[in-house]
Design a protein around this ligand. Structure first.
Ligand code: 13P
Ligand code: 13P
Ligand code: MG
Ligand code: MG
Ligand code: MG
Ligand code: MG
Length: 371
């Protein structure tokens, strides 16, 4: 029998500004999800936070895109939004962009990563939670986990991994997808996903012959773009991901290793700046400097045979990532010195969905032809 892991998240109010989630919102979501466990809708849950984003991690047997599970998440967000409004939190209900729930939270504001899997004898899983950035921020680390032999030793030395993996890449502008094989089509894959604001890794699958069935994902990323739903800037998407580990997949340390490099991602202040992503434990995921720098939290789980979430283990709560954090701070300082100049500020095409066009419009009439 299959188990579904669903991570559904939303920003429903920051405390203060866009920095963190108020504990009462976590408590409210916990109450709603506890009741759902009693009623049998879900098997288990954990409510996490990353910056100002509330993260519902749930296991159940209802498959992906279940109206019941999505409805439950929507209800938890709505109840917590009431509390956020009472407390006057900043941007209360920020990511709930539609008034009435209609069967699925996709396209309504929240971010979703879900996978339905046949549990292995032991099922180690990592959920990743980012704040102050966009889905493309996962391209580099997911690529390195499943395709880069300099990151993942198993690709070279484990016969179960040596054949590589399949990548499902979405063109989020044209709403199309393509499956590319690694390592055969490695350079094609990189040609796309290097352009991370447009092409995003949605899922990774094993290849035929792998012990895991080829239609079951081994990694999945939330790819919702808020500006597409809202038609204007309402904060960054702040994506999540689920990654399975070990036994023919990247080992836990190979899953975490890409985050030892604080690569540049877009987001940060007003969703309009490039900056390094800093791996932190959950209690340090409260971005403050220029509303950043962007953060990533990794929670480690074993899924029990009944589908219970055994965890979380706060995986970046490790001095082994101190060097990365220090490096991220150096890059933060370096990037900040550019002030409003590119490439700290995002290029114009990506500023289209911010408040900048409103400023530029006021200058339109002042322009005159050059002789
Ligand atoms: P497994 O094949 O048991 O996942 O071994 C890999 C490992 O744990 C090495 O660190
Ligand atoms: P969030 O997407 O985390 O709410 O951030 C919005 C923002 O504008 C930060 O400066
Ligand atoms: Mg916010
Ligand atoms: Mg956020
Ligand atoms: Mg956001
Ligand atoms: Mg082992």
């Amino acid at each position: 029998e299959k188990i579904t892991i669903s991570v559904i998240k939303a920003d429903i109010g920051g405390w203060p500004g866009h920095s963190r989630v108020h504990p009462q919102l976590v408590e409210t979501a916990e109450e709603v999800l506890s009741k759902a466990v009693e009623e049998g809708t879900i098997i288990d849950f954990y409510v996490a936070t990353c910056g100002d984003d509330l993260q519902l991690i749930m296991t159940h047997k209802k498959g992906v895109d279940s109206p019941e599970v999505h409805g439950l998440a929507w209800k938890a967000f709505e109840e917590a939004t009431k509390v956020a409004k009472e407390l006057g939190l900043y941007g209360a209900g920020q990511d709930l962009l539609k008034d009435a729930f209609s069967g699925n939270v996709r396209g309504m504001g929240p971010g979703v990563a879900e996978m339905e899997i046949t549990l292995r004898k032991s099922e180690p899983v990592v959920t990743f939670h980012m704040d102050k950035t966009e889905p493309g921020a996962f391209n580099l680390p997911i690529f390195r986990m499943f395709a880069d032999p300099f990151n993942t030793a198993g690709l070279v030395i484990d016969p179960k991994m040596h054949m590589g993996f399949r990548f499902e890449v979405w063109d989020i502008l044209e709403h199309k997808r393509v499956i590319l094989n690694s390592p055969e089509e490695l350079y094609d894959l990189l040609a796309l996903i290097g352009a991370k604001s447009r092409y995003v890794i949605k899922r990774v699958y094993p290849k035929p012959g792998h012990p895991i069935p080829e239609n079951e994902p081994v990694a999945v990323v939330s790819t919702e773009k808020l500006y597409e739903v809202a038609g204007e800037y309402v904060g960054k998407d702040d994506p999540v991901a689920i990654v399975r580990a070990q036994s023919g997949l990247p080992a836990l340390g190979e899953v975490l290793e890409p985050f030892a490099f604080p690569h540049l991602v877009s987001g940060w202040m007003r969703g309009s700046h490039n900056g390094p992503i800093m791996p932190v434990p959950m209690h340090q995921a409260n971005p403050t400097r220029f509303d950043g720098p962007p953060r990533v939290v990794a929670l480690g789980w074993q899924i029990s045979p009944e589908g219970k979430l055994v965890g979380p283990v706060d995986l970046f709560d490790d001095p082994a990532f101190d060097y990365t954090r220090q490096k991220a701070l150096e890059i933060t300082e370096y990037m900040r010195r550019h002030g409003p100049f590119e490439p700290h500020r995002l290029p114009l095409e990506e500023m289209e969905y911010t408040t900048l066009p409103g400023v530029l419009k006021r200058l339109t009439d002042r322009f005159e032809p050059i002789e």
